[in-house]
Design a protein around this ligand. Structure first.
Ligand SMILES: Nc1ncnc2c1ncn2[C@@H]1O[C@H](COP(=O)(O)OP(=O)(O)OP(=O)(O)O)[C@@H](O)[C@H]1O
Ligand SMILES: [Mg+2]
Length: 389
């Protein structure tokens, strides 16, 4: 007998997500739990959210017609990356599409210079950020280094991720090489920053809903190697005062910019004892992958709850945890053959994104729970090693 259409209950909500990467894939997992229909705008049928079974439309994320179609079929539009046309999204919002975080907040998430400038203007808090300046030409970098010393850090204003678009330059010639192709007088596409002696990095995730509910997660310690996030622990091992200050600033950012959904705020602690706000992402974030097992509500469930203005979930720690990102070392890795060996490590949870392995590409992550973050890190590292026999 054919199933009558009416035997299938309608979805609880329809969410459109621009981008079909691993963040969309894990959001789809959360959407399944809540009976939400998630529809992604993907670039390929091999995108991680598409292979996970999300409904999809194929096309570029800056296609105005596709974005409008996507919004027309959804209660709310949200994002798995920032490479989106802000003008189109703003006009869609004016015409009644529900876009979360709002187009205004997204603008800050898309451009490191706008974000830094906006942070300086955020109320009376004057949240400290690394010294920075906008760059039009090599002479701007040289002038900045004259004040702050070499080396300096050049950052692409938009489009960077995993350290791509972040370059340490030690002198004028190196700066010129990075900026080559970038003509003086053009709109600046880089910012220059003081090079910091960083002793710890951490992220504070906070969710905020349109009706103003907020929920903040325990601090997540992040370890980056060559600009790419390798390992996470929760709770981060930090003095209480730093965590309190970081959480306060994270909440000020999300409120001050009237953002909704999950916001991840990244912090640096420097050797000379400064706490600086590095950047923020207005979407689920790599550091938050650890919340799947470590916290009562994952960042992906929380993001959906927040953008739909549903009650937010508990953010409390379930157990100390560590996550190691699986970064491919070759295109011939035999992930399927290694998986059972990794799963043999106790209390580990493996997440694979079904991305073709390529050297340097994040293809999954491994989380372990234990009685301490040190023990959890050992377990997660051991399971990860088993993917690289
Ligand atoms: N001013 C700085 N001084 C020293 N190291 C820095 C500085 N800025 C960034 N880094 C290092 O580079 C990493 C990546 O920088 P940042 O987070 O600004 O860029 P990103 O590539 O956009 O990051 P993400 O991968 O979070 O999207 C930081 O986590 C930090 O380890
Ligand atoms: Mg970062």
């Amino acid at each position: 007998m054919l199933l009558d259409e009416t035997t299938c209950a309608p979805p609880t909500a329809r969410v459109a997500m621009v981008g079909g990467g691993q963040l969309a894939r894990m959001t789809h997992r959360a959407a399944i739990d809540y009976g939400i229909d998630l529809h992604v705008l993907a670039t390929s049928t091999e995108d991680p959210a598409v292979t996970a079974g999300a409904n999809y439309t194929l096309g570029p994320a800056d296609d105005a017609t596709l974005l409008r179609q996507l919004a027309a079929g959804a209660d709310v539009v949200t994002f798995d990356h920032e490479l989106v046309p802000l003008d189109v999204l703003s006009s869609m919002a004016e015409q009644g599409s529900v876009i979360r975080p709002g187009a205004q907040a997204l603008m800050l998430g898309c451009d490191k210079l706008f974000a830094r400038a906006a942070l300086s203007d955020l109320g009376e808090l004057s949240i400290p950020v690394p010294a920075f300046a906008s760059v039009f030409s090599t002479s701007d970098v040289t002038a900045f280094a004259g004040k702050h010393g070499w080396p300096v850090v050049l950052k692409a204003r938009s489009g960077g991720y995993d350290g791509r678009g972040v370059v340490i330059v030690g002198n004028e010639a190196e700066a010129r090489e990075v900026l080559s192709g970038h003509q003086p007088g053009e709109e600046a596409r880089w910012v220059v920053e003081e090079h910091l002696d960083i002793v710890a990095e951490f992220a504070i995730l906070t969710a905020r809903s349109p009706s103003g509910m907020m929920a903040t997660y325990p601090p997540i310690g992040t370890l980056q190697v060559d600009g790419i996030c390798r390992e996470l622990v929760i709770p981060a091992d930090l003095p209480e005062e730093i965590v309190r200050q970081g959480a306060l600033w994270a909440r000020s950012v999300i409120q001050g910019f009237d953002a909704t959904g999950i916001v991840a705020v990244e912090f640096f602690v420097t050797r000379d004892g400064r706490l600086l706000l590095n950047e923020f992402a207005l979407r689920p974030h790599n550091s938050g992958h650890i919340t799947f097992e470590a916290c009562a509500t994952s960042q992906f469930h929380q993001h959906l709850r927040a953008i739909l203005d549903w009650p937010l979930g508990e953010t409390a720690l379930v157990r100390p945890a560590a996550t190691v990102n699986l970064i491919a070392d070759s295109s011939t890795m035999d992930i399927a053959a290694c998986l059972p060996h990794a799963l043999a490590v106790k209390d580990v949870y493996v997440h694979l994104y079904q991305k073709a392995p390529r050297p340097g590409r994040k293809i999954g992550h491994v989380t372990a729970l234990a009685d301490s973050t040190t023990e959890a890190l050992e377990l997660a590292r051991e399971a990860t090693r088993r993917f690289f026999p």
